[in-house]
Design a protein around this ligand. Sequence first.
Ligand SMILES: O=C(O)CCC(=O)C(=O)O
Length: 222
Amino acid sequence: MDALIPRPAREIAPGAWHVPDWLTPAQRRALVTACRAWATGPVPIRHTRLPRGGVMSVRTVCVGWHWQPYRYTRTADDVNGLRVAEFPDWMVRLGRRAVLAAYGDEARAQEYTPDTALINFYDGQARMGMHQDKDERSPAPVVSLSIGDTCVFRVGNTETRTRPYTDVELCSGDLFVLGGPSRFAYHGVPKVREGTGDPDTGLASGRLNITMRVTGLDRTGK
Ligand SMILES: O=C(O)CCC(=O)C(=O)O
């Protein structure tokens, strides 16, 4: 995106906020380094297999809790059976700052305690179909961070995966928060604009997306 054209923060739908250029260049680099380490293990990044036999085009690795369609577990039983990496405290703090940036509400930010993150890597061909994030037992917001190639992010409604929806360009460093009335809105990524990222992030190509969530599960998974 042209750095000379300011992109103000915008509420795309009630409770769905786009905050452009939220991550500093140093934060982008630090997140790429952390995600690269998580991608190697204890549970390596993989294309998630869907119950009906399909395979997702994005590659995903999780921290805190492992997501497999359509539940969270501590161990990655559909990959290598190992427990996923701990959710780090610094990411809880980052999630709180993100909620504050979106809603400007200090109390709401302080009570936000994400315990899982799904880290998605998109090459130029990868897509994500319209879906709801509804495997969490909590209405707390989903905080989404984008690094690398720009994508088209489609934010829909809570009733159907079709129109009405709004397409938003998510660029490297952008924050998107789905909360409030939009927490369970359908959303997806119909396109990645290959070659639009900034290699200074440490990501030579592709798009990295980190979504932090509150599972609402206790330590035993209940
Ligand atoms: O890549 C994105 O921006 C969205 C990811 C997403 O929808 C998800 O992980 O559920």
